[in-house]
Design a binder for this molecule. Structure first.
Ligand SMILES: Cc1ncc(COP(=O)(O)O)c(C=O)c1O
Ligand SMILES: N[C@@H](CCOP(=O)(O)O)C(=O)O
Length: 418
């Protein structure tokens, strides 16, 4: 058995046994997000530094005692997690900063951080005997769910906006999901998937509904802490849509604090696009989420009604973090800068966190000596049409060495004139 003590409603505080409820608090309805609370004293007996040093698993299952899994024989087989934490030396030198790290979570099996949540939810579904799982998504959560269900032979029913980036749609189809391409927004797809859950009895993975997505996403923070030998950063920069990833980041560090692995919490920084910033506005304002009509190139964070928003705002404030907004132009520039200076390829929603870091540094909100981790949440290959907007066209040539020579001379001439 796992070490979950209870589920607690974030809104009214009612406590439930983990077998008592499946999704949100019955008293508060769809707003009643549940937090998963653990028996830290029993975890402490199992999960020690010695346990970690003897552990040969380099995936999120390395942290099994800290996860809500009761039957480890049911866990999903894809290799999720333990993504690289880079020191990015060229960027450090260019910006004159000494302590920057970039966590590349685009290196997960379906190329986004969402794999962490899907691994847990699908394993939970197996424990519950559910073979049909649904979710609403802008594409990444969906492809992670479809990949995880494919690995186990389960069925997935996916609701995505019909204009989701083609690579994300392609992943879904290749993984064999049943795809409902909704003539509407992600927010509409979300409501539809909840209705379908109630209609057909499918298990639902949706963020802000299923309490276990945060538990999967928190493993990114557990890894960051371990990769930094538990000397945690001052700041962690996270792109925000629904606010579920950032809640997971907080929760991971919070668990480690309660277990005595770390002695302070990093400040968690939310980054959103100027055209869709309900969480940042709430964090920097009165704390209340006001839904918006999204308008940003970063499709994955194009979320007008942040379903984990209440939790995200609470956690960001608890950590003494802050929120920052960036323009679409800054998001595209960050894709190019990160790619050119580190070899890391981020999709727009993922480069948003890095754009926020650059802006916070420029505006003096953080110092060059601060220890900072920027999380890259999804791979740039997910949305090459947007990435192409951040770069120039290639040099088109005839297949002759003369043409190559001519172009090289032109390039050298351009450099001389600069
Ligand atoms: C690549 C990427 N980055 C960031 C986010 C934001 O995560 P959240 O919606 O949990 O705030 C998402 C998905 O929502 C995403 O797919
Ligand atoms: N942009 C997200 C929306 C939902 O993702 P989730 O993991 O928070 O449920 C996506 O990737 O679809």
């Amino acid at each position: 058995m796992g070490h979950v003590k209870r589920l607690k409603c974030l809104v009214c505080g009612t406590e439930y046994d983990e077998n008592e409820v499946m999704y949100t608090c019955p008293k508060c309805g769809d707003n009643g997000l549940l937090e998963v609370e653990y028996d830290y004293e029993s975890i402490k007996r199992e999960f020690t530094k010695e346990y970690l040093s003897n552990n040969k698993s380099y995936s999120l299952w390395r942290y099994l005692p800290l996860l809500p899994i009761n039957d480890p024989s049911k866990i999903a087989p894809l290799q999720v997690g333990f993504t690289p934490l880079y020191q990015v030396p060229r960027i450090r030198e260019d910006l004159g900063v000494s302590n920057l790290f970039v966590k590349d979570d685009g290196r997960n099996p379906t190329a986004s951080l969402k794999d962490r949540a899907s691994a847990i939810v699908v394993s939970k579904a197996q424990e519950l005997g559910k073979t049909e799982i649904t979710c609403a998504s802008t594409g990444n959560a969906a492809s992670s769910l479809a990949g995880a269900t494919a690995s186990l032979g389960l069925k997935s029913y996916i609701f995505v906006p019909k204009n989701a980036p083609k690579a994300k749609l392609t992943q879904l189809l290749v993984f064999g999901a049943t795809v409902f391409a909704v003539n509407g927004t992600y927010d509409e797809a979300f409501d539809l998937s909840i209705k379908a859950t109630r209609e057909f009895g499918w298990y639902n993975r949706n963020t802000g509904f299923n309490p276990y997505t945060v538990e999967g996403k928190k493993t990114v923070a557990l890894e960051i802490a371990e990769q930094l030998s538990f000397d945690v950063p001052n700041y962690v920069f996270v792109s925000v849509g629904d606010g579920n990833i950032i809640s997971g980041v907080y929760k991971g560090f919070f668990d480690l604090l309660n277990l005595g692995f770390i002695d302070r919490m990093p400040k968690i920084v939310a980054v959103q696009a100027e055209g869709c910033s309900p969480v940042v506005d709430a964090v920097n304002g009165d704390g209340i989420i006001k839904p918006v009509v999204p308008n940003t190139i970063a499709d994955s964070i194009s979320v007008g009604i942040p379903r984990s928003g209440i939790m995200a705002v609470k956690y960001i404030k608890n950590s003494n973090g802050f929120g920052i907004k960036v323009s679409d132009e800054e998001i595209l520039k960050a894709i190019k800068y990160l790619g050119t200076m580190s070899g890391i390829f981020a999709e727009p929603a993922a480069s948003t966190s890095f754009a926020g870091y650059l802006k916070a540094l420029k505006e003096g909100l953080i110092k060059g000596s601060d220890k900072v981790v920027v999380i890259i949440t999804g791979n740039g290959l997910k949305d090459i049409d947007s990435a192409m907007k951040s770069v120039k066209e290639p040099i088109y040539i005839d297949p002759t060495i003369e043409d190559v020579k001519r172009k090289v001379m032109e390039i050298n001439e351009l450099f001389r004139r600069r």
